[in-house]
Design a binder for this molecule. Structure first.
Ligand code: FAD
Ligand code: FES
Length: 255
């Protein structure tokens, strides 16, 4: 089983990069050296009334300097607490959690929607072959410029304020984008549409799923998704997103 660590990380930088979206850099002892694109951290609140860790995807990894970047949206009490923290403060984290994306050498389409965009940045950096990047936003853009360093970027916005009006699939169809392998992270309706598109066009496809989590280590079954095969742990057609995922081959999971 891949190694996981519990650490007290030091927050070295935090900024609001779009409305209610924060970018946080953490200095870690060991996690950054082992982390892969598509894995996540379990981030603990300092407020003791919130015991469960919050799963946040790894957006960037600097393994030499031991730095991990997270980009998150304020969704409730836990993420609100994180957003109020300043450089020098400490945060308990565990990771790297989950499996991460398999790196293929084929022509890739990297797709992120909403708060599913951050984990695709480290992936875009690591995929070595030809790649096209499709990003879908509700309205305000974030991270888009940073992606341009790693490939050609196509934008979709729901309100039509930038790029194609609509969702990531609208942008893919408008620009007739094709690839051998698709990597995607975003809301479930988007992943369902991407899965269908990949199946019709006979493309290999990997999806990063987001389910509500509790333990984050495979023990409580709070995060299961329906799967094709029977899971050895629970003996039903389920997979634990925190343990077997969050990345699955599209044909493995029912959305
Ligand atoms: C694998 C994975 C990766 C994620 N990566 C990111 C990311 O990179 N950026 C980002 O902004 N958000 C990400 N999320 C969603 C993020 O975990 C939730 O927004 C966050 O846990 C909300 O916590 P809260 O205390 O602010 O909200 P509350 O609603 O108060 O949370 C209450 C409880 O529900 C859990 N919870 C609530 N929403 C979610 C959710 N969507 N997924 C899982 N657990 C949830 C919390 O962990 C907590 O235990 C990810 C979720 C998963 C499962
Ligand atoms: S969150 Fe407990 S098994 Fe996944």
């Amino acid at each position: 089983m891949p190694e996981k660590f519990q650490e007290t990380a030091i927050l070295i930088r935090q900024e609001e990069i779009a409305d209610q979206i924060y970018s946080m850099c953490l200095k870690t002892e060991k996690i950054a050296a082992k982390a892969k694109a598509g894995q996540f951290l379990s981030v603990y609140c300092n407020d003791g009334s919130r015991l469960l860790p919050r799963p946040i995807s790894i957006c960037e990894i600097d393994s030499k300097k031991g730095i991990i970047r997270l980009v998150y949206r304020v969704a409730g009490r836990g993420t609100e607490e994180f957003s109020k923290m300043h450089a020098g403060e400490r945060l308990r984290i565990a990771g790297p959690m989950g499996n991460g994306f398999p790196l293929k050498k084929s022509k890739a389409l990297i797709i992120g929607g909403g708060i599913g965009i951050p984990p695709m940045l480290e992936l875009a950096k690591r995929v070595t072959g030809e790649k096209k990047i499709v990003l879908g936003f509700r309205d305000e853009l974030f991270l888009a410029e940073e992606f341009r360093r790693f490939g050609e970027v196509f934008i979709a916005t729901e309100d039509g304020s930038a790029g194609v009006k609509g969702n990531v699939l609208d942008a893919i169809l408008e620009y007739r984008l094709s690839a051998d392998v698709i990597y995607a992270c975003g809301p479930t309706p988007m992943l369902r549409a991407v899965k269908e598109y990949a199946a019709i066009h006979n493309m290999e496809c990997y999806l990063s799923l987001e389910e509500r989590m509790a333990c984050g280590i495979g023990a409580c079954l709070a995060c299961v998704c329906a799967s094709k095969e029977t899971d050895e742990h629970s003996n039903v057609k389920n997979k634990r997103v925190c343990k077997e995922g969050p990345v699955f081959a599209a044909e493995e999971v029912e959305l």
